[in-house]
Write a protein that binds this ligand. Structure first.
Ligand code: ADP
Ligand code: ASP
Ligand code: MG
Length: 407
């Protein structure tokens, strides 16, 4: 008898009919004699609807209350799914994150799961009951409701699978696996049968929203066998695996992109020790995460310094930088919040050269200007104007023949 954790995302539970279809799939697992824990998201659009309701009252509502509000979306789905299961003659019990004791830190809206021990569902599973858990939420040590950040139900599912030592964690969504890039942007994108944890981690951190990055981190840390599959079509989906000899030897596995980017430049800063700290210190003190950073070579004892932040943090960062500019006697501050980051990811980059030049050539052919570049062992990212996102992704997909099976 296996223990399976299945997670169904927003679109998969987006209507009563879809919830009933999920119930039928869950019942089939139960009928086969396996134990099953189901983690569900809020019905599609619900989390966004709740966010807008809050913003009608206050653009910056108290984070604690925001989490109380947002966690209700998932609570609706767990109850409805259990009702649908009952109607099919299947025993099922729903639990909120707090009830199963998903313990988190107190960072509201982006809480991290702390403990995964003693998750309270074993007795129900032993009794042959389907356990349905609300994704995306937990409680801190004071009992306050917390949420895990957008896409956080993936992380709940992996955490449950790790805690229960499940045989597999299956993430059911609206695409039938992990593709070479978002199939909504490049219809020629190819589904991958397997992808390594390392590559999936890069893809997720560089913007591929198919899995929340923390879910992938968790799966890697606790060795959780993880699979992404379609709620609507049959198929094996994509298995996230540790690198093994049988892996296809692709140079590039995929292309990720992130629209939530903005870039800022401070021009003509005196080039002296401590300048990077003077610029980025106040940004970090305001809890703003900085992504790419470039400092130009000095000319006339002054230098230019460019970095990127999340687009939501752009106005605040611009304000901070303008203040810093005054203090440092810099020439000017400029910014652009209509840029995107496009990244190539692949473990094969370690052993192949010439990938960066193929990438830059493909973008140049389309007349796409590269504004920033950053590289690491298994990825190359470029910042380009937002209007070039689709064109850039498709050009790279073509240049690396990602629609074809690797030889
Ligand atoms: P869910 O609500 O089920 O959690 P998400 O919208 O969070 O679903 O994630 C699935 C979506 O991720 C797909 O519809 C697709 O547009 C997007 N996506 C982005 N990159 C990829 C990729 N490389 N492979 C598959 N899907 C991707
Ligand atoms: N409902 C949350 C969101 O929309 C969490 C999730 O679906 O994973 O982000
Ligand atoms: Mg998701």
């Amino acid at each position: 008898m296996a223990l399976i954790v299945q997670k169904y995302g927003g679109t998969s539970v987006g209507s009563i009919e879809r919830i009933q279809a999920v119930a039928a799939k869950v019942k089939a697992v139960q009928d086969s004699g396996d134990q099953i824990v189901v983690v569900v998201s809020a019905m599609s659009g619900e989390t966004n609807r709740l966010v807008s309701l809050a913003k009608e009252i206050d653009y910056c509502p108290a984070p604690r209350e925001m989490d109380v509000l947002l966690s209700t979306g998932e609570q609706v789905t767990i109850a409805l799914l259990c009702m649908a299961l009952h109607k099919m003659g299947c025993e099922a019990r729903s639990f909120t994150g707090g009830q199963v004791q998903i313990l988190t830190d107190n960072a509201h809206s982006k809480a991290r799961i702390r403990g995964i021990e003693g998750i309270r569902v074993n007795a129900d599973l032993q009794a042959g009951c389907v356990v349905v858990v609300a994704g995306f939420q937990g409680v801190d040590d004071q009992g306050n409701i917390t949420t895990l950040g957008r896409g956080g139900s993936d992380t709940t599912a992996v955490a449950m699978a790790a805690a229960l030592k499940a045989d597999e964690c299956q993430i059911f969504t609206d695409v039938n696996g992990v593709y070479t890039t978002d199939p909504r942007i490049e219809p020629k994108a190819r589904k991958l049968d397997r992808i390594t944890f390392e590559e999936m981690l890069e893809m997720a951190s560089l913007g591929s929203k198919v899995l929340q990055i923390r879910a992938v981190e968790f799966a890697g840390k606790y060795n959780v066998p993880l699979r992404v599959l379609s709620s609507f079509e049959p198929g094996e989906g994509t298995l996230i695996t540790f690198e093994d000899e049988g892996m296809e030897e692709a140079k590039i596995s995929g292309i990720a992109f992130n629209r939530d980017e903005a870039k800022l430049t401070i021009l003509g800063v005196p080039d002296q020790p401590g300048v990077a700290y003077s610029i980025l210190g106040p940004v970090s003190n305001a809890n703003i995460e900085v992504d790419m950073i470039i400092q130009n070579i000095a000319e006339d004892d002054t230098t230019d310094f460019t970095f990127t932040v999340h687009r939501n943090d752009y106005p605040k960062t611009l304000e901070i930088l303008t203040e810093t500019s005054g203090i440092l006697g810099a020439r000017e501050v400029i910014g652009d919040d209509s840029i995107v980051k496009v990244s190539l990811v692949g473990v094969g980059m370690r052993s192949h050269s010439g990938i960066a030049s193929t990438m830059f050539e493909a973008l140049a052919k389309e007349g796409i200007n590269i504004r920033m570049i950053s590289t690491s062992e298994i990825k190359i990212s470029v910042v380009v104007d937002e209007k070039y996102l689709e064109l850039g992704v498709r050009a790279l997909h073509e240049a690396f023949a990602l629609d074809e099976e690797p030889q």
